[in-house]
Structure formats: structure tokens, C-alpha cells
Design a protein around this ligand. Sequence first.
Ligand code: DQA
Length: 147
Amino acid sequence: MMNQTLLVLSGPNLNLLGERQPEVYGDETLADLVAVAEVTAAEHGLVVEHLQSNHEGELVEAIHSARGRCAAIVVNPGAFTHYAWAIHDALAAFDGPVVEVHLSNPAAREPWRHTSVVAPVASGSIAGFGSDGYRLAVQAVATLLGR
Ligand code: DQA
């Protein structure tokens, strides 16, 4: 149902969470993060649909398929954050709230991570709080949806 579904999108390399640079990204897996999102969503009567992809086009198509069907999008675009204008454009064509989330704080890392091409088409961004960022992002979505 359109007003209940929250699309959670995970970009490249996030399938490796738990093993990938735990000193940066923590030791929780992607499944753990999705579970955090699901529990928070359920508290607000939302149901999470999750997709992880290492391919920009697949994420673009998932955003297209959310149009008219999903109430909101929470997106961690991984490295696509910093240069994937096709994801920017797809999100600009989505009607509901979009919240950008990052486990790490890209602003405190290498200069090439300081630019987000997604931030200008997001209602807001949450970064640097690890898995708790997923709870905060879903909470923000619920507030924006008036739930
Ligand atoms: C990330 C930050 C990005 O810079 C990086 O490329 C990622 C993960 C994060 O969640 O902290 O893959 O989006």
C-alpha cells in the first residue's frame, strides 16, 4: 500500500558491512541495519522494502518503481553519494520525503567524500551515528509523513 511502504536503498559495498572496514563502519551487518529500520518503521505503521545494489542503474530503477507506490525513501547511496547524478535526478522525480543516511560522517573523512549529490534532493541527511542513523532516519521520515 502506497502510504505504508518505506523504500530503504543501500548502495555499493554495503553488502559487505560487518566485514568491511569495521573500524569505519562498525561490525553490524546490512541485515542488522535493515532490522533497525524495520522495527522503527513498524512503530509508525510503515513497512520497509529494502534493496541493496552495487549497480547505479538498478538503484535508479528502484527509485522509479517507488513513484506513486512508496510513501518515502531512506537512502544510503554508498560511494554513489559523491558523484551519481542519475541517482540525484531519479530522487528529484520522486514525490515523497527522501532522507539520506550514512554510517560514517563523510564530512570528517577524505575531501572527495565531502560532496553529496544526493543531499540537494533530500529533505535532510543523517551521518556519523552508525546503525542508530537508520533509527533516526526512519523517525525523521515518520515525522515528515505526519505519523
Ligand atoms: C557511506 C559513506 C560513503 O562515503 C562510502 O563510500 C560508503 C558508505 C557510509 O554509510 O558511511 O560506502 O555511505
